[in-house]
Design a protein around this ligand. Structure first.
Ligand code: FES
Ligand code: FE2
Length: 336
């Protein structure tokens, strides 16, 4: 993707809002945030292939010696690391009498069923067949061909990120009663940022919105991350949806150039009321745009708003948006 050129002169990374606008007096964005435009961007995202790969969680959640049990797309999945630290995955139910494999110990890289000792080393055994897994260094993925029903790919399409050695990385996970498309639709509506999240974002302008012929199919947004009071970090951010369940925000101007926030929506399965549940797994890979981890550490106070922007409060609100969207869709009353 080619970064959009800044439309205004360079400003220092940390700024004071010169003429703060009260929340209620900012420019309404609803006319620009056309439902058909958002629906079009969502439809194009959904048409992109994912090769049947689903994000499970943070790489560091999958610890050596300990299995990780999850439900993904209605399937019970167990993951663990082999003797070399590589991820393995497969059905979470023991093929013998159904024990939850997530409760077993990992010994010398093999997962042992607690009920009768069936030993899984990642190869097919006793009717148990592994599923491909991938650790990209930040996130762990599993490939579920029966769920995705696409042409499978050997690896997931991992978005380009700053090198880990020069970056601050954080992964947040939250779960909502909605479908992945509701999470993606929320992210493809950048116009809500300063209205719905005034504690994090101010002075938001959508500089460019995508269309079917707009190349990168990207939203370009000028926005300030709020640090405290009038103190802000102005940036330009570009949003793209490289796959049906992923939206990537990339900082292309201002402090933290090159930093990336990846939002992955993973379908889990229905809750006890029959509503769909979706996990939002958000990876923030923040960099200062300067070389070296020391520089990033020095820039950490400036990057922290970006990292924090992905944290709990934002997702509490964004999940409320996504859940509301699902509730309206499922009752046939969504206005879009
Ligand atoms: S249920 Fe797992 S070995 Fe018997
Ligand atoms: Fe939001």
């Amino acid at each position: 993707m080619s970064p959009a050129p800044p439309s205004r002169p360079w400003r220092p990374p940390l700024g004071l809002r010169r003429a703060p606008v009260a929340w209620a007096r900012q420019r309404p964005t609803w006319r620009e945030a056309r439902p058909a435009l958002i629906a079009g961007a969502l439809a194009r995202a959904q048409a992109r292939p994912a090769g049947n790969w689903y994000v499970v969680g943070a790489s560091r959640e999958l610890r050596p010696g300990r299995p990780l049990g999850r439900t993904v797309a209605g399937r019970e999945v167990v993951l663990w690391r082999d003797g070399e630290g590589l991820p393995l995955a497969g059905p979470g139910m023991c093929p013998h009498l159904g024990a939850p494999l997530r409760d077993g110990p990992v010994l010398d890289g093999a997962l042992v069923c607690r009920w009768h000792g069936l030993c899984l080393d990642g190869k097919p055994v006793a009717g148990w067949t592994p599923w491909p897994a991938h650790d990209d260094g930040v996130l762990v993925w599993v490939r579920l061909d029966a769920a995705g029903q696409e042409e499978p790919t050997p690896r997931p399409a991992v978005p380009a990120r700053p090198a880990a050695a020069g970056a601050l990385t954080a992964v947040y996970t939250a779960v909502g009663a909605c479908e992945p498309e509701d999470v993606v639709a929320n992210r493809l509506d950048p116009w809500h940022g300063a209205w719905f999240h005034p504690y994090s974002f101010v002075d938001l302008t959508v500089v460019e919105a995508p269309g079917p012929d707009s190349g990168d199919d990207a939203f370009t947004v000028d926005v300030s991350f709020r640090v405290a009071g009038r103190l802000v970090v102005p940036v330009r951010a570009v949003f793209t949806a490289p796959g049906p369940r992923t939206v990537v925000m990339r900082i292309t101007a201002g402090e933290g150039v090159g930093s990336v926030v990846e939002t992955h929506a993973t379908p889990l399965g229905p809750d006890s009321a029959g509503r769909p549940r979706t996990a939002v797994v958000e990876a923030v890979v923040a960099t200062s745009g300067r070389t070296g981890f020391a520089a990033v550490r020095r820039a950490a106070p400036l990057l922290r708003p970006l990292v924090r922007a992905a944290a709990g409060r934002l997702w509490r609100d964004d999940l409320a948006y996504a859940e509301r969207r699902w509730a309206l869709r499922s009752s046939g009353s969504f206005p879009g």
